[in-house]
Write a protein that binds this ligand. Structure first.
Ligand code: SF4
Ligand code: MSK
Length: 652
């Protein structure tokens, strides 16, 4: 779009009816107090929860209550509406097959593969958009972005066999971009980044026939298998789920991570702030929410534009305060030190500060209800992706070719909205918490003196018993942030290093675990290591796609010891997951050999054979499995036992 173009309002402006608010408003202070404590573990969220309950402003917790009790067939994976002969439900003793003849195991497995493929597609499509931008830079069609990490560009180009000698950045970007785009539909037998995995891990994949091939192919193959009349063997369906997940972890997500580093800079340790207290009373506040850093990076640039700054002065504000949310927020926090207002369940509460001029979103994890929440305030919801149009939002079509002009128009619109703010409704009673973030694989290696040997030595001598990737979202089935924080605290106490991404990492930040001083909460071995390096015991490794950094780190450790990933004292955990993307992440962790504990039961309990395959049977295939444990203290026991078993097997 050009600068003259105006945003389009998607459908009509949403107005929340007063009656609706009166209906939802809670008058009983004791009930409000009780619900506030039941709903969240995040101290900064509590005053806002109280406010929204008093004012009848609907939040995710209210909608969750409205949905109770859930359909037990759907909850256990036993309903299917895949074709027009249905919908069907498995209700023993009489209804034990759908109209087509599918039994409980098949229906559950198909539903799970569908879920997983959705998540893998979301991550990988995000990755493709980042790579397309790199390619556009190379071809000269994208001019608003630059290569920020040339060394990494050259390193990855070499990995992809792209000639780098004597060639400029643009030429390398074009060839690397093209080579990566071809990964989505490659006819090769395996994705390039999968070569990073230890040979023993790759051997396991090859033996099982799950080496990840073209990313689009695996997702299309998954969609084909769940069509009525194709896959009828639940085991075969789930095996392809592992392959699809691997194409995300070692393909789409890894490309998203690596090329985001090339374009926007490889994260290095930096200090910032988190929680809802990052909003500033006297500034124009703009939140950046979603997953893809392309738009948000450009908004950061546009917020410094002299023309925009003169408008800010004219509006009577002291400046522009950009704050991140969810994973777009993680990307900005890791690379730019932009403060982060919170994770998934902070998105509605951020609007209740009354001081947010605009919430700018790209895609994924954005509640469709945000315009309803915003209609109770002056906040604009600004959507930007043709894939993620939201009724009641203002829409600017974002394209890499015109990124700066669009970002500037968005920031100007937010600045113009400052005058509509009602000062009497501004509510910022909380103080932000300090965090240290930016632990990319490169940054960890650098902190260790250029090699992973010191980390391996500390694991071998037992100061660090092992490492756990804690990842994933918030889910109203779990008290907000309780699962993440409790598990993290319990593990570091047992000398287990935590590496975190996504909403888990932000939860830890809000709880003070991303500070070097949190080493005091760790066991004596981990504490000594953290203090000598000046690092927190919980390392922030980025956004959801950056779970690929955790895979990469695991691969580096496996390669250094010349063992498969499954031999290492590692584990994964997703204590509060909700998203299809989390199903893909958990599955590529397990398929790569990492035991993974889920805090929320997937919709599979309707099929004991599927449950048994995922929690036991997979051990015989990929040497790792899932466990489900809602209590984070018990989950810590499972993880610690697993890590000790792996240590014994390694003879350390
Ligand atoms: Fe029913 Fe089979 Fe159609 Fe599913 S695919 S809706 S089980 S007939
Ligand atoms: S934002 S996928 S709620 S981690 Fe990545 Fe958070 Fe989960 Fe979205």
């Amino acid at each position: 779009m050009t600068e003259e173009q105006k945003p389009v309002l998607i459908r009509e402006k949403i107005e929340v009816c007063e009656l609706d608010r009166v209906r939802l408003a809670l008058m009983n202070p004791q009930l409000i107090e009780q619900k506030k404590e039941e709903r969240t573990f995040d101290e900064s969220a509590k005053p806002y929860l109280e406010l929204t309950m008093k004012d009848g402003i609907e939040t995710v917790w209210d909608r969750y209550e409205m949905q109770q009790p859930p359909c037990k067939y759907c909850a256990s994976g036993l309903s299917c509406s895949r074709c027009a002969m249905g919908p069907c439900r498995i209700i023993p003793p009489n209804r034990i097959r759908g109209v087509c003849g599918a039994d409980a195991d098949l229906i559950v497995a198909r539903n799970l593969l569908d879920t997983l493929a959705t998540g893998a597609a979301a991550h990988s499509d995000h990755g493709r958009e980042i790579v397309l931008t790199l390619y556009g830079i190379g071809k000269g069609t994208v001019k608003d972005y630059v290569i920020s990490d040339r060394e990494k560009l050259v390193r990855i180009a070499s990995e992809f066999g792209v000639d780098t000698k004597g060639r400029d950045e643009q030429q390398i970007a074009a060839d690397l971009g093209r080579a990566m785009l071809e990964e989505f539909g490659t006819v090769k037998d395996s994705l390039q980044f999968a070569a990073r995995a230890p040979s023993s891990t790759r051997g396991i994949w090859a033996n099982l026939g799950i080496s990840p091939r073209g990313i689009d192919r695996e997702v299309v193959d998954a969609m084909h298998r769940v069509q009525m009349g194709v896959g009828a063997d639940y085991q075969n369906i789930l095996l392809h789920g592992l392959r699809t997940a691997l194409s995300d972890g070692w393909g789409g997500s890894m490309m998203a991570t690596e090329i985001s580093d090339v374009l926007f800079g490889t994260p290095a340790p930096n200090e910032s702030l988190v929680n809802l207290g990052v909003v500033k009373k006297d500034h124009v506040n703009i939140s950046l929410h979603g997953h893809n850093p392309m738009l948000s990076e450009m908004v950061v640039k546009a917020a410094k534009d002299p023309e925009v700054l003169s408008l800010v002065q004219g509006a009577g504000a002291k400046g522009i305060n950009l704050v991140g949310l969810c994973c777009t927020g993680n990307e900005l926090l890791m690379r730019k030190g932009i403060p982060n207002a919170g994770n998934h369940f902070n998105q509605e509460l951020l609007i209740a500060t009354g001081a947010l001029e605009a919430m700018v979103v790209d895609y994924q994890c954005i509640f469709p209800s945000l315009p309803r929440t915003a209609s109770c305030y002056h906040t604009f919801i600004i959507s930007t992706s043709p894939k993620s149009k939201i009724p009641g939002s203002y829409y600017f079509e974002f394209e890499p070719e015109t990124a700066y002009v669009t970002a500037k128009a968005i920031v100007k619109m937010a600045v113009g909205n400052f005058r509509n703010r009602n000062p009497d409704r501004v509510f910022i009673p909380v103080k932000p918490i300090k965090v240290t973030t930016g632990f990319s694989v490169e940054a960890i290696r650098a902190a260790l003196g250029g090699t992973f040997k010191p980390l391996i030595d500390q694991i071998a001598n037992g100061n660090i018993r092992g490492a756990v990737g804690i990842v994933g979202c918030n889910n109203p089935k779990v008290k907000h942030d309780y699962g993440h924080v409790t598990l993290g605290k319990e593990l570091i106490k047992r000398d287990i290093l935590c590496v975190e991404t996504g909403c888990a990492a932000i939860a830890s930040g809000k709880a003070g675990l991303l500070q070097a001083s949190a080493a005091a909460l760790a066991g004596s071995g981990l504490k000594a290591v953290c203090e000598s390096l000046g690092i927190p015991p919980v390392l922030h490794m980025g956004s959801c796609v950056d779970c690929s950094r955790i895979l990469h780190l695991a691969a580096e450790l496996g390669n250094a010891l010349n063992v498969g990933i499954h031999k290492l004292p590692l584990a994964g955990a997703a204590p509060e997951w909700y998203s299809q993307k989390a199903v893909s992440i958990g599955s590529y962790f397990v398929a790569s050999g990492v035991f993974t504990v889920l805090g929320v039961m997937p919709k599979i309990s309707g099929s004991p054979p599927v449950v048994s395959l995922l929690t036991e049977g997979l051990k015989g295939a990929v040497n790792a499995s899932f466990a489900v444990e809602p209590d984070p203290l018990k989950a810590a026991d499972l993880i610690a036992d697993h890590i000790e078993r792996k240590r014994t097997e390694l003879g350390i």
